[in-house]
Design a protein around this ligand. Sequence first.
Ligand code: PLP
Length: 266
Amino acid sequence: MAYIKLDRKAYEFNLDLIASKIRSYEKIICVFKDNAYGHGAKDLAPIARAKGVNFIAVKNECEATQLQDIFDNILILSHIPNFNENDKFIYALNDKRDIKKIKTNTKIHLVVDTNMHRNGISFYEIEEVLNQIKNHQLKLCGVMMHFAGSDEFDGSYYVQKQNFKFVKEKVKKILGEESKKIIFHSHNSEALFRSSKLDDDEYCRVGLVQFGYAYFNQNLRKVLSLWANKISQRTLQPYQSLGYGGAYVAKNTINIATYDLGYGDG
Ligand SMILES: *Cc1c(COP(=O)(O)O)cnc(C)c1O
């Protein structure tokens, strides 16, 4: 038999680390897309909620529906407009052509492309798009961007960070008082621990770090582990081969074992 173990203490520890960086549990948006990266969204969601997290991001409405009783704020990252949006959820607006295809009064977060060139509206279209959102009576509740290479040692992170600063200033200038109701978020896992301090007006939107993975913070704890019973154990001498077709040949003396996991007999 094989099984997955989730470590509640490790998950809580990681959430604490994230919260200390952003200085509040309320400013964490936990990314639970794809079943919390395969960790089991339904198991982890109540733990996050008990810590004070009340904002998550998921892939689609199906995932959002499964967690709607736990969190008040659910952002859907990859929605395909259908004029039937749910007023309980918040939808990421990834393309300006979608403005006309979304039901009026729907809550949205505007995605701005600050140089990743994947999703979002161009930086230069902000004024025009804010007008269209208003004319179409969508409820703008947030403005966000995504980093292309926050885990790489090139300058793109700083360029995008700077671009988002301009975006925020522009949105605040255009919307004036109204912009006080809007939240801003840009930092994913690596960006969060890479930055020395986040601006006071920012939330973070983190996936991987919750589960214990980040190049820029080695103190995180792995939440998931995989266990299986051992079927057999032996020592291979140098040049002895292993398995079908002898595909592996030992270079040194090594211990090997088979486990009751996956396909067939281990
Ligand atoms: C997946 C995703 C995240 C989380 O990224 P991590 O690197 O796992 O923290 C944040 N924002 C968007 C838009 C995403 O698609």
